[in-house]
Design a protein around this ligand. Structure first.
Ligand SMILES: Cc1cc2nc3c(=O)[nH]c(=O)nc-3n(C[C@H](O)[C@H](O)[C@H](O)COP(=O)(O)OP(=O)(O)OC[C@H]3O[C@@H](n4cnc5c(N)ncnc54)[C@H](O)[C@@H]3O)c2cc1C
Length: 405
């Protein structure tokens, strides 16, 4: 065997798993199709990731958090859910951090900073980093995988073959290795695309995230630290529309785009200005029916590909890594097989249990807000209105946002 364990994909999940297994004494391989330079200094991709308190704690344990840099971590104190157009009939639900034991519900960090910090942590050779870094095969795509009773065998696009006792797929929600291993997955295409970009605005955001289910569009505002150049309040702006309606907005000249966004936000934020590139993500959720096969496991989005509306994709990805890494390290310390069917089964049971409810609730919410018929609008408005008056419900939402159950 070349390795004890090979991780396929050096996205945030694969990198965090590589770091979690450092110091275990296991010989780890990491295969990524992108170039080394794009792992060391990943490009801005528009995503601002809402991290729960629980995820922040896991990232601290992994040594990723201190590598993010204070300036790139924004506190998320409160959340506001709005339904309907601006005005009297608008329903509001305010989730305050005071419903949780912490001074903030969570944090916002750009995805490219998470990737950079996770890569640094996985590959670091400083005294605070345990063990040795994984052996990295960058610019190498896994094209074939098969497993037998003894190991997992991978073929890379270059023709190189690698083998390990266990292969872990962290190769995105559209995981080709999960498919090659014969694992079925339920895929839901919402027929909507999400536009994400950073904008400055005149009015303060009070470190409050908005999720606004307006008629014909869904808007979100994720509070960031002030713009370092202008000092103005800055947010990550998220607009969800049917795909064919969204593209013309992505292509609008900057001034026209600024005006269009200020109008879509009902001018509640004053003048808005684009301060980043614009990125579009088609919305597809994926539920893998199984997370494991012979000498194979899936983590991160390859295990559960969430719709972003409840901001839980990477948070669940970190949970999958924590669960699997603990099982693997325990088995290795006891001299047991790190890919035994019983171990893999336990991982699958625990992670599916942790994610199923959230996946189904997110899917139901995403379907409800993509519907524009009067009954769906009425249900949304009623839910938000009732939620505002029912503190235990708000407390449950706060617990979900903090990840402290
Ligand atoms: C708009 C948007 C907003 C989001 N907001 C939030 C949020 O607020 N909170 C939250 O928790 N989550 C959020 N998410 C989800 C989060 O971004 C994902 O859960 C996370 O990035 C998944 O990480 P991953 O490592 O599993 O997969 P990916 O980031 O997809 O990485 C997969 C890696 O595998 C590599 N790869 C793929 N195939 C191969 C192959 N065959 N061989 C070699 N390498 C391969 C790819 O190049 C890539 O580097 C959001 C997602 C989107 C789209």
């Amino acid at each position: 065997m070349d390795f004890d364990l090979i991780i396929i994909g050096a996205g945030p999940a694969g990198l965090c798993l590589a770091r979690a297994l450092r110091g275990s004494g296991l010989h780890i391989g990491l295969v990524e199709q992108h170039r080394l330079a794009s792992l060391q200094t990943p490009a801005f991709d528009g995503r601002e990731i809402a991290l729960t308190q629980h995820s922040a704690a896991l990232l601290r344990q992994l040594g990723v958090w201190p590598r993010l840099g204070e300036a790139h971590i924004a506190p998320l104190r409160d959340a506001l859910v709005l339904d309907g157009g601006a005005g009297h009939s608008q329903a509001r639900m305010h989730i305050s951090h005071t419903l949780s034991p912490k001074p903030e519900l969570g944090y916002l960090v750009a995805n490219h900073h998470i990737r950079r910090a996770a890569f640094d942590a996985a590959m670091a050779t400083d005294r605070d980093s345990p063990g040795t870094p994984p052996t990295l095969h960058s610019e190498q795509q896994v094209t074939h995988i098969h497993t037998d009773a003894h190991g997992a065998h991978l073929t890379l696009a270059s023709g190189t073959t690698l083998s390990a006792r266990l292969a872990v797929a962290a190769d995105s929600r559209h995981s080709s290795t999960r498919r090659a291993m014969g694992i079925p997955a339920d895929l839901h295409d919402y027929g909507r695309t999400m536009l994400v970009c950073n904008m400055t605005h005149e009015q303060p955001h009070h470190e409050t995230a908005w999720e606004w289910f307006d008629h014909g569009q869904t808007l979100a505002l994720l509070p960031m630290n002030p713009c370092p150049r202008s000092g103005l309040p800055r947010s990550s702006v998220v607009l969800t529309l049917p795909s064919q309606t969204l593209q013309p907005l992505v292509d609008l000249p900057e001034d026209a785009f600024n005006a269009a966004m200020a109008q879509r936000f009902g001018h509640q934020l004053g003048t808005m200005r684009l301060c980043s590139t614009r990125h579009a993500y088609p919305l597809v959720a994926v539920w893998a029916r199984r997370l494991v096969a012979q000498r194979f496991a899936a983590v991160g989005d390859a295990a559960v590909g969430m719709h972003p509306v409840t901001a839980h994709g990477f948070n669940l990805g970190l949970r999958s890594i924590d669960t699997l890494a603990q099982e693997i390290v325990r088995a290795h310390q006891r001299g047991q097989d790190i890919a035994s069917p019983a171990l893999l089964e336990r991982y699958q049971r625990q992670h599916q249990h942790a994610s199923r409810g959230l996946y189904l609730a997110t899917h139901a919410l995403a379907q409800l807000y993509t519907r524009e018929e009067a009954p769906a609008r009425w249900v949304r408005q009623t839910l938000v209105g009732l939620g505002e008056r029912f503190t235990p419900f708000k407390r449950a939402v706060a617990a979900s946002l903090t990840g402290l159950h």
